[in-house]
Design a protein around this ligand. Sequence first.
Ligand SMILES: [Zn+2]
Length: 562
Amino acid sequence: MAYDLLVKNGRIIDGSGRPAYHGDVGVADGKIVELGRLGGPARQVIEADGHVVAPGFVDNHCHYDAQVLWDPLCSYSCNHGSTTVIIGNCSLALAPVKPAMREKLAGMLSYVEAIPMDVLQAGVPWTWETYPEYMQTIGQRLGVNVGTLIGHSAVRLYAMGAECSDRDATPAELAEMQRVVREAMEAGALGLSITRNMNHFDVTGKRIPAACAPESELFALADVLRDLGTGVLQCGGGTNPELKDKLLSRLAQACGRQIMYNTLQEQARQPGKWREHLVHVEDAARQGIRAVPLVNPGSVVNRFTMKNCQVFRSLPTWLPILQGSDEDKLRAYGDPATRAKLRAEVEAPLTPDSTFSKRWDLMIVAEPQTAANRELAGQSIAQIAERQGKNPVDVFLDLAVDEALGTVFSLGEINSDTDAVAQMLGSPYAVVGLTDGGAHVQFHSNVGNPTRLLGYWVREKKIMTLEHAVRRLTFDSASAFGIYDRGLLQPGMAADLVVFDPDAVQPGKEDVVHDFPNDGWRIRELAEGIHYTVVNGEVLLEKGTHTGNLPGRVLRNARYRS
Ligand SMILES: [Zn+2]
């Protein structure tokens, strides 16, 4: 057999969760032909050198809808081994759109997902009106595979115009929304994205249109998927409505399609809520309902000083001080009577509105400002308080006052409990993902989630086997989103591959790069230990460097493909 590509001497992890074995992967015409010890000539040989060969990862929650138009690689997901990205999440998309509404639609993506508006104005060519035209446009030049969801906010704006956040739709407008959703699904969109995140606003301060839609509208749009018998639903901000009155379970049952939503996570300020959520999801699954949360292998860490701190804003004495001038802050934090009140409020029991968990072991002195305090770097407030025999609030505020509010602290209150994260990431009732690739580009990057799972959670913390982790990043995600020809190494499957060193794989350090349109800047997060990213049988990245190949394509739903 003559292969186009032969990956030799790999430790093959096929995405099913079955044990790794040593062998080769033969590829022809963009598909996997055979696995095992393979001979025969090949146009190109990759020496895997004993490193893992796995299916390419599926980055299932991204916002590259604009970026893909100037960056066909959708960097930096592919650097972390992702060969497929899914865009159009959380109701946000760039199609369909009428010419007069382009700015308004771009404004939603810009404001909600924190992508600078001048970047979108310079980088989005707006050569489409309909959703199929948008799919065709992005498909002309792709490095990775892109699956698309049609976004409810775009649909509502298209049908209702400027009043899309102000009122319910008329029957004619609702019929128009159903028509454009059907048009997108018939063109191969993977599904429909909606949102119940009530904190998502556009530039004018109005809620984005999808968040304003009544529940009946969500059911009417889900009916389109039921009638076509294809596609997934995706819901931003779904946890609260699901736990409150099972909105997502009801939607999934009504349309017979799977719904994926944000987010199953452990939060220090709501101890135990993740467990309640997981039990809820298991109950639903036992009844055969497919309402599945995404779980994120990242830990969100905020860095702040007491000049810009928001951590204590739920506490009544703290709030006005946090909002005051730096001089007022220094005076208040140094005043013994005020200090006593501040202490008492932190020590009071947590409420559902608490913005701080009281977990001083998670509050780290990241960057002390003075030479005298240098040795505190990396220590938690709890550690320092214990050593000094002081109250943590006093340690914290004394340090801030001593350094004229300049001390940089870091606080990681999300996914900081290893046992909780192990149970969530390992649960078959949740899907691993949610990098938010392409979003909040100037704040922080989560595109390293796959390499974080493999490096930190698997190699260092040993919360699951490598085979299980690979399955979480590949087959579980691909099948959940209706991508049935990827996510496994098997003959006939698309040849999306990643070759990585399990002893070295991890996210790199974040830095800043100026490579967006209009000289825009963004945070870059590269990876270590990813040797090759192969898309549809062609090498996209070799040791993190683009080969120049553009083998990606728009992925389409099963109904379209058949
Ligand atoms: Zn999102």
